[in-house]
Design a protein around this ligand. Structure first.
Ligand code: URA
Ligand code: ZN
Length: 354
């Protein structure tokens, strides 16, 4: 019998957001093509006007029954659903607070009618940072919300943006999670003509790593000891590079960061998803992070199998399979912890029917 799973990294574009993307003429947008709708969101994707621009987008991105079908197919008992990139980054500052609140209410309503199968991470209007603490407070009052997802770029100045300090303080005070997730990628000029592969494998993970490292080096975690960060894709590269980061900070003759503890101390207080695909990376993650803070994820509905639409919901997807298989060398206690127990505890939820 396979273990139940709690999926802490799984996305949806809520219907209100899909409608917005369909109206747009610029990236991010959804375009209708003869062979079906295409989602064009990644930097530079718009330059490609061929039918292969972006990726296919079907209702698995926005219909709750298809999220539940995917969960049933992969023994996922509960999902903590987040909006996918690029969230509301492109929205006019004055429109962002209302849109964020509407999307957060939509997500709460969706989760509330799921019989305990769905919880959520909301979004914040980062382009109006002075409004975010109030929205976090409102989110804390929504029974199925467990935090917010924030893009690694922040509002363009990184997560160590001084205007974000009230966000970290409010999240820490309210006990809400901040899920840090990439979108823009870095190093584009270094990997031309590599499709999405290098951007997603390298650009995304280094974007996350640098964003979190900057946040820590500027002292946000030292100032807000209760801050709960969940870092996407196993922390990008951080579990592997944390020792080097400590050394480079300690030996820097040009800058004193004034941190009470080395960066790895703060990184070890963070939560990580286990979307790292193979045993050597899970070994690095489990050796570095607090074993109680590593939680299963799938990144659904990205990385969709190449099968016809009518069999998609009954097909086994590779990402969950590979990330379950990557845990196979661990003892039962660790497997249970990562598969579901850590998620239940972190988010204060119960397995449905328990
Ligand atoms: N590609 C994306 O754009 N986002 C994800 O979360 C995963 C893959
Ligand atoms: Zn993701």
């Amino acid at each position: 019998m396979s273990l139940p799973l709690i999926d802490v990294h799984t996305h949806m574009y809520l219907p209100r957001y899909v409608a917005l993307l369909r109206e747009r003429k610029q990236i991010p947008r959804i375009v209708s093509r003869e062979k079906g709708d295409r989602l064009i969101i990644l930097p530079d994707e718009d330059a490609d006007t061929s039918t292969s621009a972006g990726r296919p987008i079907g209702s698995e991105f926005y219909e709750v029954k298809r999220k539940l079908a995917f969960m049933d197919q992969h023994n996922i008992a509960v999902s903590v659903v987040s909006s996918a990139n690029p969230w509301i980054d492109f929205v006019e500052p004055d429109a962002a607070p209302k849109l964020a609140a509407d999307l957060n209410d939509d997500l709460e309503a969706m989760c509330a009618s799921s019989n305990g199968r769905l919880y959520g991470f909301g979004v914040l209007p980062l382009q109006r940072p002075e409004t975010c603490a109030a929205e976090l407070k409102r989110i804390a009052g929504l029974p199925h919300m467990r935090g917010v997802i924030i893009g690694s770029a922040g509002r363009g100045q990184g997560l160590d943006d001084p205007e974000f300090e009230p966000i970290w303080k409010a999240a820490a005070d309210l006990g809400l999670f901040i899920f840090i997730h990439p979108h823009y990628g870095i190093g584009h000029e270094l990997f031309p003509d590599t499709g999405h592969a290098m951007l997603l494998a390298m650009g995304f993970t280094f974007e996350t790593s640098i964003a979190v490292a900057r946040l820590i080096l500027r002292g946000a975690m030292a100032r807000n000891p209760g801050l709960k960060l969940l870092i996407a894709h196993g922390g990008g590269t951080l579990p592997y590079l944390a020792g080097r980061l400590d050394s480079c900070v300690k030996n820097d003759i040009s800058k004193d960061f004034g941190l009470p503890k080395p960066p790895s101390h703060y990184l070890q207080q963070c939560w990580y998803d286990s979307i790292v695909y193979h045993p050597p990376a899970v070994a690095a993650l489990t050796a570095f992070a607090d074993p109680a803070k590593i939680m299963f994820g799938t990144d659904h509905p990205f990385f969709r199998p190449h099968v016809p639409e009518d069999v998609l919901d009954t097909t086994t997807w590779a990402v969950p399979e590979e990330n379950v298989a990557a845990l196979s060398g661990f003892d039962e206690t660790t497997k249970k912890a990562i598969s579901y127990e850590n998620g239940l505890k972190a988010f204060g939820i119960k397995l449905p029917g328990a």
